[in-house]
Design a protein around this ligand. Structure first.
Ligand code: ATP
Length: 322
């Protein structure tokens, strides 16, 4: 059995003037939850559609479960997928919808339907058209899981779900991973991905910008020691005299203009604070400032939020400025 559930080699897709996916080489190990993270229009859906053989790459190739996509149709019996909005026959019940998928997939055992409904806590006799968004998504996942695939490929699986629905899907995907299922999913929400994924790939404008283990995210996020005093100019000079050089408190800039969304504003106006590298010990800073008669009114280590990290990773600050 190959070690990788998915590999792509310099895969690209052009739609007229738009290079939607641009030379992406990634690999997904078996048993991993790999999250492809990107803003709207980054190329996530296009890449997933190529992995599933729905569209053909303009250049490069992809392998799924050891087989070059397009070469051998038998692999699809081991792959479950959910791409774009979940579509079900609205007039038919949950059970009837799943029964159709069972027959399309040529699964001989009719119990497969009951089995998957139970696993996803779906009520059999409800008409699909009346399902809440969360339950409609669960039905879509049931269709993707009915044949107990080894690999699950999901495009934005938590899109449009309420917080309880998000937690439910997350729990379910973690359970599947524990059962040995490999999950490849796309998302534009880093906070969600950070809770779920074992590996993260960041795609921007069709290119894979970064790939790293989710466990390393913590060490990639920037931290700073923020200091406020009654006279920051004086404090800056005192600290500099002791060898503690301050850095620009607005780097990286907050990603959204607080005037546009006050809820996203930092708790403190960073321009009114001094910033030091997070490696500087806070107790030493406090001691120096107190002895010089300029005691801190606030001293806190601040961590870049995940969204800011993501936007920094894709260079969106730079894009916005240019
Ligand atoms: P979203 O979450 O908004 O779907 P995405 O990351 O999945 O974003 P894609 O849907 O892959 O992004 O789109 C990538 C780029 O390719 C976009 O600029 C999009 O407009 C373009 N694109 C996608 N499909 C087509 C198509 N069939 N014809 C023309 N352009 C397309």
């Amino acid at each position: 059995m190959p070690d990788f559930a998915i590999t792509t080699a310099e895969v690209s897709k052009r739609f007229g003037a738009v290079l939607a996916v641009d030379g992406v080489s990634l690999s997904v190990r078996r048993g991993e939850i790999y999250a492809l993270l990107g803003l709207n229009g980054a190329g996530k859906t296009t890449l997933i559609r190529m992995l599933l053989g729905m569209i053909r790459p303009t250049a490069g190739s992809a392998r799924v479960l050891g087989v070059t996509v397009g070469d051998d149709r038998s692999i699809w019996s081991k792959v479950g997928y959910l791409v774009e909005s979940p579509a079900a026959y609205p007039e038919l019940t949950v059970r009837e919808n799943l029964e159709i998928i069972r027959r399309l997939r040529r699964l001989p055992d009719p119990r497969a339907v009951d089995d998957v409904m139970e696993r996803l806590s779906l009520t059999p006799h409800v008409r699909a058209g009346t399902l809440s968004m969360g339950n409609a998504q669960r039905l879509a996942l049931a269709k993707a899981l009915i044949h107990r695939p080894d690999l699950l490929i999901l495009d934005e699986p938590v899109n449009g779900l309420d917080p309880a629905g998000v937690v439910e899907i997350r729990t379910m995907l973690l359970e599947l991973r524990d059962q040995g299922v490999t999950v490849f999913l796309s998302s534009h929400i880093l906070a969600e991905v950070a809770r779920l994924a074992t590996r993260i790939g960041i795609i921007h404008r069709g290119r894979l910008r970064e790939e790293f283990d989710a466990a390393d995210l913590d060490s990639r996020v920037r931290r700073r020691l923020m200091v406020a005093t009654r006279d920051n100019d004086k404090a800056r000079a005192i600290l500099a005299a002791e060898g503690f050089e301050t850095i620009d408190p607005l780097d990286p800039p907050h990603h959204l203009d607080p005037a546009l969304d006050p809820a996203l504003a930092p708790a403190h106006d960073r321009r009114e604070e001094l910033a030091l590298p997070a490696t500087v010990p806070p107790d030493q800073v406090a001691t120096v400032l107190v002895h010089a008669g300029c005691p801190p009114t606030r001293l806190a280590t601040e961590e870049e939020d995940l969204e800011t990290y993501f936007l920094r990773a894709v260079g969106a600050h730079h894009d916005a400025a240019s």
